[in-house]
Design a protein around this ligand. Structure first.
Ligand SMILES: [Zn+2]
Length: 86
């Protein structure tokens, strides 16, 4: 049982602020999908896998869900232009 008032060890420690990809690691922790787009289960940590890579200006999150075995990519966009039904 953890000691009262003592925080558990951080499972995702950030690199030192001066490290080469420190800012990218911080953005990944803030923006990576936390839940499966298909079933909604948690995919962060032991519930799945989220890996980020970059394609030109796109940030692409490759995801795998342990609960429903879905794999796919989630692409973050800055702006979306859609159409409204008449
Ligand atoms: Zn799922």
């Amino acid at each position: 049982m953890p000691e009262v008032g003592v925080l558990p060890e951080d499972p995702h420690p950030l690199p030192p602020p001066t490290a080469t990809f420190a800012r990218d690691a911080e953005r990944h922790l803030l923006d990576a999908p936390r839940h499966c787009p298909r079933c909604g289960a948690a995919i962060a940590g032991p519930g799945g896998l989220v890996v980020e890579y970059w394609a030109a200006d796109d940030r692409v999150f490759y995801c795998w869900c342990r609960s429903c075995d879905w794999t796919g990519t989630v692409v973050q966009v800055d702006r979306h232009i859609g159409h409204e039904a008449e």
